[in-house]
Write a protein that binds this ligand. Structure first.
Ligand SMILES: Cc1cc2nc3c(=O)[nH]c(=O)nc-3n(C[C@H](O)[C@H](O)[C@H](O)COP(=O)(O)OP(=O)(O)OC[C@H]3O[C@@H](n4cnc5c(N)ncnc54)[C@H](O)[C@@H]3O)c2cc1C
Ligand SMILES: *[C@@H]1O[C@H](CO)[C@@H](O)[C@H](O)[C@H]1NC(C)=O
Ligand SMILES: *[C@@H]1O[C@H](CO)[C@@H](O)[C@H](O)[C@H]1NC(C)=O
Ligand SMILES: *[C@@H]1O[C@H](CO)[C@@H](O)[C@H](O)[C@H]1NC(C)=O
Ligand SMILES: *[C@@H]1O[C@H](CO)[C@@H](O)[C@H](O)[C@H]1NC(C)=O
Ligand SMILES: *[C@@H]1O[C@H](CO)[C@@H](O)[C@H](O)[C@H]1NC(C)=O
Length: 454
């Protein structure tokens, strides 16, 4: 599979110019990606429309108690849960030039953040550009245009329009990645994916198995130790969390199999389980992107993209927000500014050959480190370098290095103590420096968290 990709990439030798006079632009999705694109396109006087499948702006930041399908038969998009607080501190959650309210906590809950996105939309007067309840079903390249088909979800009326540019901003944390676990069908308790986790009430005094230790897995596991009788957490040990876990938290290795009453782990131990929550992450899912886009889309990667944004084969299609291990909000905003500069002709892309050569170099370096293709989307330790590259190529204002530094500090605090990292408050001093202050109780570091009395 990888070999085929590779051969095919090597044969490309077209050079493509992107600049189109008075382009018409289609933005898909009105989450942070789509809203940011709208803000800058509007400021640049570009003719654009945003198509959004739901009635709401804000994408995943809008809590919806429903799970499964919405009123119009579409899968409920948001993965938000009621008690969610951000895992990145305020300065890294702010869109440039539009601060969060002064009195917002250092790690705001979803509601504060959702209201922030609503004020943002109002402030930049973006609503009038958004067609709500328009679900994009197909994006096809035909005769040098993008044919975009969308459906009004209530009336089911179908529309087809032609655009010069397409900006895809539909997020990638909505379609659950489900594990295959032997004996799953036998298990008599409940099983959900974290996409459908909303409130902790159903888990009161229950024995809950959490599988996976990404941000959601760690966050939900810790939250449930407050209410559940026992939280059994099946996770790998890549990260050595130093948290003094509450006494009703039990760490376990991978599940070997399930039976009617519980889980048998690969170390041979067994635990009785009432409920299971799969915190196993999400899949990339862009069912509307036709193969005429020439992108190769798998559950964990989209290739080949220049700077994780521009479709190298069809540079009039860009994908916002695919990156992981980053200050998402700041990264999406920078990508939106880069994209707007591309559309207005403020800068030109390198030739297709050069973009492909750069892409391949990164790909080969990953392979040499034994890392999978999906890591192409991971900024991680290269996040600041990424911002420098975006600016170098496009001339957009650079995301200051202090953003990456704050994320690094936050990540260390998370590893040190999941129970207390949100008690730090961060303040940006200048583009390189910040201060961090402890705002928790004096002995909070040492004190063990209380846990449920079941
Ligand atoms: C539970 C959870 C917690 C998170 N916590 C943090 C955090 O603390 N800090 C942080 O920085 N980031 C966090 N994130 C990451 C979050 O994804 C980003 O902050 C950001 O919301 C991504 O915005 P987006 O616009 O790219 O996508 P989304 O917010 O996913 O929005 C996509 C929009 O596209 C619409 N759409 C989808 N398909 C179609 C279609 N076919 N046609 C039309 N419209 C469509 C959807 O309805 C949605 O409105 C979290 C994510 C989740 C799921
Ligand atoms: C934007 O493009 C559409 C379709 O070509 C056109 O109908 C509309 O008038 C344009 N709007 C502006 C403000 O130019
Ligand atoms: C499930 O397996 C465990 C461990 O082997 C066992 O103790 C338990 O009785 C089994 N449950 C059922 C219903 O067979
Ligand atoms: C892109 O896809 C189209 C149709 O799927 C195909 O005809 C074309 O050769 C592809 N172009 C490249 C550069 O691969
Ligand atoms: C284009 O460049 C000009 C001059 O540097 C700048 O003022 C403007 O903001 C840029 N526009 C975009 C959309 O990048
Ligand atoms: C906190 O828990 C750890 C591990 O469970 C234990 O070693 C330590 O003594 C506890 N501290 C307090 C203050 O109870």
């Amino acid at each position: 599979m990888l070999l085929i990709l590779f051969v095919c990439y090597c044969q490309v030798s077209l050079v493509m110019a992107v600049s189109i006079p008075n382009p018409r632009v289609c933005v898909i999705g009105a989450g942070i990606s789509g809203l940011s694109a709208a803000r800058y396109l509007k400021a640049a006087g570009v003719n654009f429309t945003v198509l959004e499948a739901t009635r709401y702006i804000g994408g995943t930041w809008r809590y919806d108690p429903r799970v499964g399908f919405d009123d119009h038969g579409l899968p409920v998009f948001t993965s938000m849960y009621k008690d969610l607080k951000t895992n990145l501190p305020k300065p890294t959650m702010e869109l440039p030039g539009f601060p969060l309210p002064e009195d917002a906590p250092s790690f705001p809950g979803w509601k504060v953040y959702y209201e922030y996105l609503q004020s943002y939309t109002e402030h930049f007067d973006l609503k009038k550009y958004i067609k709500f309840l328009h679900h994009v079903v197909s994006v096809k390249r035909e005769e040098n245009k993008w044919k975009v088909k969308h459906k009004e979800v209530v009336t089911r009326e179908e529309f087809e329009e032609e655009y010069d540019f397409v900006i895809v901003g539909v997020g990638h944390l909505s379609k659950p990645k489900m594990p295959y676990i032997k004996g799953e069908k036998k298990f008599q308790g409940t099983i959900i994916h974290s996409h459908s986790y909303r409130i902790h009430d159903p888990y009161k005094c229950r024995r809950v198995l959490i599988i996976g230790a990404g941000p959601s897995g760690m966050d939900i596991a810790i939250a449930l130790t407050d209410v559940s009788r026992k939280v059994i957490h099946s996770r790998h040990t890549f990260i050595k969390f130093r948290t003094p876990f509450p006494k009703n938290y039990v760490k376990k290795p991978d599940v070997k199999e399930l039976n009617e009453t519980g889980a048998i782990f690969v170390d041979g131990t067994y635990e009785d389980i009432d409920d299971i929550i799969y915190c196993t992450g999400y899949e990339y899912d862009f069912p509307f992107i036709d193969e005429s886009s020439n992108l190769t889309i798998t559950k964990s990667s989209v290739t080949p993209l220049h700077k994780n944004v521009v479709n190298i084969y069809q540079p009039t299609m860009v994908m916002l927000g695919l990156v992981v291990r980053a200050c998402f909000v700041v990264a999406l905003d920078a990508q939106a500014r880069y994209t707007t500069g591309l559309i207005t002709g403020n800068f030109s892309l390198p030739s297709q050959e050069e973009m492909m050569a750069e892409w391949q170099k990164k790909y080969l370096s990953l392979r040499a480190q034994g890392r999978p293709l999906s890591h192409m989307h991971s900024l991680g330790g290269n996040e600041d370098q990424y911002y420098a590259e975006l600016t170098e190529e496009s001339g957009i204002e650079r995301v200051p290095p202090v953003m990456f530094k704050i994320r690094a500090s936050d990540t260390r605090a998370i590893v040190d103590n999941l129970l207390t990292y949100r008690h730090y408050s961060y303040k940006v001093l200048d583009s390189e420096h910040f201060t961090r202050t402890w705002e928790g109780n004096e002995n909070e570091h040492e004190r063990n968290k209380s846990f449920s009395n079941c």
